[in-house]
Design a protein around this ligand. Structure first.
Ligand code: G3H
Length: 537
């Protein structure tokens, strides 16, 4: 017997009258356009288990927006806070849909799986506006970026389908040493997909759909923020895939992820978040050697500005790299090494550019800086700044943000030294730490000694020097960007990293390979039954 609803969301705050630009005060007062208005809290009661949309009447978790209207965070609604029993039922359903005697999905043809995925995509397109609206409210992404996330995700899945067909075309019959063999890719089993709050849709689907298309079954655990946006998709999942192939769980990690992992029924973990949590979750598997991991973890990507860099182009890329979606991207530029000769001019131009960025609500036209998504983030960012100032750094554009406000004014800090927390800690927010160096090559030492090695950006005009630095840096990072910001795209490029930044590689093709293994069916050349069965495979 499930418990009764115990938590009632706070009353929905009344939106004030529209006001003029919120600067210089950071208190937000602008109202959303009518179609984006959040008129009533959403009480999500459903979750998808074994092909059924179950109704949950137990404990719930509140979902609170980072967007503040008149200084109050808007309460968006509630989601189920499932328990151990439901979590075990979800993993059992995914396990049965893969390992059960009557399982259809792992042995379905490629075209059957593609057909189910295309059905899902067409249903997903129908709820685009609702999902975009929820991305905006749940994580404070601008409308343009939220739309981009949605559209990029659809395109990613479509291209994954094309790539799957291409992969299949490349599979040939091998005949060697008297053996005829058909080498294909077969699925790994049950996949637990856990995406991050900053790309709650895209980065979850970027592992989920390659896994499904290869024949794996899945459990989705949406991030705590970026969770309500899954609700409009639940029915689409239910109607598009056979029972048990996709299951969703919600709630506290300790309550639901621990039993799922301890069950030993998960074969792949697709996780994007901190290495601390990745280690906890993967460490709960009773057979760690069996668990295949695809992990996107921490990053502290440097931007290296050589003295001959083109100022305008460099500043423009650095601003995009450091501050797109408020710096809440794993690929964001999180520290700059600037050669002394160019430092004063570079910092002046950077200040000008950063101070000109429009701050405001995600629906304001031309907005570039929106409220930071995580609770208490402003307070934490302010602590990083205080620490840097205590260690001798200088605030170049002193527009400090009160800790009760989520619309953080971007900060440039020069004179950041190895003693500052910002030198190594990943801020995941709108702070640009600058280290002035005698030679850009000092950044090589930084990268060599970093815990993480995702990407780096080099800015300069001397091709020989850039080539030499890139060659050196390839030892330490997954991607070296020349005169451009760090980024994951285009999605055909391998996305990974070294050291503690990642495990496994994602791209449209690589993800299909990650969630499958080579599988061989072979027989003796000349054995007619074997040869015919190979052809039929
Ligand atoms: O948060 C990490 C994302 O993978 C970054 O992707 O470079 O496309 O923004 P992006």
């Amino acid at each position: 017997m499930q418990a009764q609803l115990t938590q009632t969301p706070a009353p929905f705050p009344r939106n004030p009258e529209p006001a003029e630009s919120s600067l210089p005060s950071l208190r937000l007062t602008t109202q959303p356009p009518r179609e984006l208005g959040w008129t009533a809290p959403v009480r999500q009661e459903k979750f998808l288990l074994g092909g059924e949309l179950k109704t949950w009447t137990g404990k719930t978790d509140p979902v609170v927006s980072p967007l503040q209207i008149d200084g109050e965070n808007v309460v968006l609604g509630t989601v189920p806070s499932l328990g151990r029993e439901e979590a075990l039922a979800a993993v059992a359903a995914a396990h049965e849909a893969y390992y059960g005697a009557s399982a259809t999905w792992p042995i379905a043809s490629q075209e059957q799986r593609i057909a189910c995925t295309e059905t899902f995509l067409s249903k997903m397109r129908e709820v685009r506006n609702e999902v975009v609206k929820r991305i905006v409210w749940e994580i404070g992404k601008s409308i343009a970026d939220a739309e981009k996330e949605f559209d990029r995700t659809i395109e990613y899945v479509e291209r994954t389908i094309d790539e799957l067909r291409q992969l299949n075309r490349e599979q040939a019959l091998v005949q060697e040493e008297g053996v005829a063999a058909h080498v294909t890719r077969s699925p790994r089993g049950v996949c637990l997909c856990m995406g991050p709050f900053n790309y709650p849709l895209n980065e979850t689907f970027a592992t989920l759909f390659p896994a499904l298309l290869m024949g794996n079954t899945a459990i989705i655990k949406p991030p705590k923020q970026g969770v309500l946006l899954y609700e409009p998709l639940l029915k689409a999942f239910q109607e598009s895939f056979p029972p048990g192939v996709v299951n969703t769980v919600y709630g506290d990690g300790k309550e639901i992820i621990t039993p799922i992992m301890e069950s030993g029924k998960v074969d792949s973990l697709a996780f994007i978040g901190s290495d601390r949590v990745a280690d906890i979750v993967s460490g709960q598997h009773p057979e760690p050697h069996r668990l295949h991991k695809v992990l996107g973890l921490g990053a502290k990507n440097p931007g290296v500005i050589c003295k001959d860099a083109d100022l305008d182009k460099t500043v423009s890329e650095v601003v995009k790299g450091a501050l797109s979606y408020n710096g809440q991207r794993c690929t964001a530029l999180k520290i700059l090494f600037v050669e002394r000769e160019i430092a004063p001019a570079f910092i002046d131009r950077l200040k000008e550019e950063v101070d000109g960025l429009k701050r405001g609500m995600p629906w304001e036209s031309g907005v570039k800086i929106t409220p930071v998504a995580e609770p208490n983030k402003t307070e934490w960012l302010n602590q990083l700044i205080e620490d840097a100032l205590e260690h001798g750094a200088t605030l170049e554009n002193p527009n400090r943000t009160d800790e009760s406000e989520s619309l953080f004014a971007p900060q440039i800090l020069s004179g950041v030294s190895p003693e500052c927390r910002l030198y190594r800690e990943e801020q995941f927010g709108p702070i640009i730490p600058i280290v002035v160096v005698d030679s850009a090559e000092e950044a090589l030492r930084y990268q060599a000694t970093s815990r993480v090695g995702q990407q780096i950006s080099l800015f300069g005009q001397d091709p020989e020097r850039l080539a030499m630095m890139a060659l050196q840096l390839q030892r330490f990072v997954g991607r070296v960007n020349i005169n451009t910001q760090c980024q994951r795209g285009p999605d055909t490029l391998p996305f990974g990293g070294k050291k503690s930044a990642a495990q496994g590689t994602l791209s449209i093709r690589d993800a299909l390979l990650e969630f499958s293994v080579p599988s061989v069916i072979s027989g003796k050349i000349g054995d007619e039954s074997a040869t015919l069965s190979l052809k039929g495979n």
